[in-house]
Design a protein around this ligand. Sequence first.
Ligand SMILES: [Zn+2]
Length: 267
Amino acid sequence: MPEGDTVWNTARVLHRALAGARLTGSDFRVPQLATTDLTGWTVRESASRGKHLLLRLADPGERSGPEHWTLHSHLRMDGAWRAYAPEERWTARPAHLIRVVLRSAGAVAVGYHLHELTLVPTAEEESLVGHLGPDLLGPDWDPAEAVRRLAAHPDVTIGEALLDQRNLAGVGNLYKCELLFLRGISPWTPVGAVRDLAGTVALAQRLLAANRGRWTQSTTGSLLRGRTSYVYGRRAQPCRRCGTAIRKEELGERVTYWCPRCQPERS
Ligand SMILES: [Zn+2]
């Protein structure tokens, strides 16, 4: 599931493959960029902001207008970028899911099922990511600001508030479920009734940070298949702590998993 850590990892892969490179070709397979050709452009860097990917480029300067541009993409539930060696076959996903191909002398980056693919002047990046709360894995991570933003809407359930990227950027459904289990908080608890928001936010950051640099997302410390989560994806299976059957229900637009005994609803 692409959450903040996955996007951070993806940004690093793209950075290693392309940073500093001059593009020898590009192939956009989305209508809004179908006529865009980035041949000759230089990749400056690849960065993530919450669940948004920002590939920063420099125009060789043959056109009028800004020199620095950002190719923005969002992975949502199913998007991915892969970097291949120039002669390597593109095997990660079916070809019909390809949205963009960027080639350099040393690598080919292929974007699959990307969302919100747009090219904007880097100076206007904020129009795409400016609404986001503090980035859990960003260099400017600001836990106090995240707590302040969460607390500003005390009646929203904590399960929904943690997914709202305007509060803090990077938590997806997996980390939300796991975090609330680890803190013993029912997903239906109003934010205003959560006793230690700062502790909850701090643990969210540690969970994501622990999974940087690897693709298996684990909140249990185990990387063994079937053992990487406490509640997420474990409907009807016994809670690892108390043995109660894990439950799954809709909360807002997403499903949530929780242990009714370890995460009681307080009245
Ligand atoms: Zn339990």
